[in-house]
Design a protein around this ligand. Structure first.
Ligand code: GLU
Length: 460
């Protein structure tokens, strides 16, 4: 049997990280089982679905590098097929036309609520002969007795009473299909073997199973993944920080760091924290997905991000850093290569956004922090800086070792500690007190930029 999983987002907003984690689990399981991963856009809610959201989802999937073997399928392109499936159920008596008016349904609901009963359709039209010209919806004839039982791979055996489920509307009066029905038709047509989705869908599952059975389908295996909570134990929301996958990009995270982070939110393999993609594909299993909700921990994500900035192939990091430079409108054509920036800065920053912001002076004119200038470029520091300016001008080569030695020599001649010259120099050439080691900073800046800035610091 070929394993087929699907990620089926509704395009009513950006791809949030809970959704991304579900997508990742579906992707991983398909890869691990050498199966197929399908992307299906559930866009039948025309009022709430937008092209902007579709694009945002596709962009996020591409950025996370979660490739799909089939799709994207769009449900709005499959209306004929849903109609066909509905006709089949009507013909076989497994669905029926319901002509109950809105008023009748409202009165029914009011009565049930007053009696403290769960509002549900009472089956009024179940056994009516058809032939009325009134507008109708189509309802699924849900079994009235017995139970629906399934073995959730994460939650174990789940049992629902059919008496708790009423006859669901599967097509509206304008004959457009409803959500649960389209999912069922698609999962069947697309031969989905494993449905992995958020646990907010758990109550849909028994209904969907009944409909799948009515269609004569083979049932998929279900796994309902628990939600992600904020650090305070409340449902993750804007208050806890970014929710959208692409916001994490903007904040400077690498996709592999985010994926590594997300997979661990809810799945474990002993105490291991860091997994390459290949390792994940090899090790991932449904048995070690956690039943209880996972809490988001930003510090851990920073930690992973730094790990990936330091250890990923430099071209992968450089590509992402280039995106940030571009966003900050930093032209990197004149100055050190992005690879050089990464090796100098990865250790010192938590995100690529921070790396880009803190590397501006390598490419653009320096902007000075007045406070740091006042504190460091003091009258006492000027003689040393002047001597340094001269020594640097005459250097036959511009490399780390020589620069370091020159700084040491000047410090010695002026009888001051190395720091007493390095820090004023740093402020002179970078504008502030934080940068990679000074010799490395000078190498990256190059002779011309260094001398020009030093001169300005001395004479201005
Ligand atoms: N479209 C649903 C959602 O975005 C997912 C449906 C499913 O996975 O079965 O929540």
């Amino acid at each position: 049997m070929t394993v087929v999983t699907r990620f089926a987002p509704s395009p009513t907003g950006f791809l949030h990280i809970g959704g991304a984690r579900t997508a990742l689990f579906c992707w991983l399981y398909a890869k691990k089982m050498k199966g197929k991963f399908i992307l299906r856009i559930e866009d039948t809610d025309i009022e709430r679905s937008t092209q902007v959201s579709v694009d945002a989802i596709l962009d996020a999937m591409a950025w996370l590098n979660l490739d799909y073997d089939e799709g994207p399928y769009y449900q709005t392109k499959r209306f004929d097929r849903y109609r066909e499936a509905m006709d089949q159920l009507l013909e076989e008596g497994k669905a029926y036309r319901c002509t109950c008016s809105k008023e009748r349904l409202e009165a029914l609901r009011a009565e049930q609520t007053a009696n403290k009963e769960k509002p549900r359709y009472d089956g009024h039209c179940r056994d009516k002969k058809k032939g009325e010209a009134k507008p109708f919806v189509v309802r699924f004839r849900n079994p009235q007795e017995g139970v629906v039982e399934f073995n959730d791979l994460i939650r174990g055996k789940l049992i629902f009473q059919n008496s708790e489920l009423d006859d669901l509307i599967i097509a509206r009066t304008d004959s457009t299909p409803t959500y649960n029905f389209t999912v069922v038709v698609d999962d069947n047509d697309m031969k989905v073997t494993h449905v992995i989705r958020g646990d907010d869908h758990i109550n849909n599952t028994p209904r969907q199973i009944n409909m799948l059975r009515a269609l004569g389908a083979t049932l998929p295996i279900y796994s309902h993944v628990s939600m992600i909570l904020g650090a305070d134990g409340k449902r993750l929301s804007k208050r806890h920080g970014a929710e959208g996958v692409m916001e994490y990009r903007e904040d400077g995270f690498l996709p592999d760091a985010l994926l590594n982070y997300l997979v661990r939110l809810g799945w474990s393999h002993g105490d291991q924290e860091i997994f390459s993609r290949d390792e994940l594909i090899q090790l991932f299993d449904m048995d070690h997905i956690n039943k209880s909700p996972a809490a988001f921990n930003l510090e851990k994500l920073y930690w992973l991000n730094q790990h990936y900035m330091k250890t990923s192939p430099i071209d992968v990091v450089a590509k992402e850093l280039a995106w940030h430079m571009d966003r900050l409108k930093i032209d990197t054509t004149c100055g050190p290569s992005l690879a050089e920036i990464i090796s100098a800065q990865a250790e010192r920053v938590k995100t690529l956004k921070e790396m880009a912001e803190r590397s501006r002076y390598f490419y653009e004119d320096v902007s000075y922090n007045d406070e740091s200038v006042k504190k460091n470029i003091t009258p006492e520091a000027l003689p040393a800086l002047t001597m340094l300016q001269e020594a640097l001008t005459n250097l036959p080569e511009w490399n780390k070792e020589l620069l370091h030695k020159t700084l040491e020599d000047v410090a010695e001649k002026c009888a001051i500690k190395l720091g007493k010259i390095a820090q004023p120099l740093r402020v002179a050439v970078t504008g502030d007190t934080v940068s990679p080691p000074i010799d490395q900073t000078l190498v990256l800046l190059g002779r011309e930029r260094t001398l020009e800035r030093l001169k300005r610091a001395i004479f201005d």
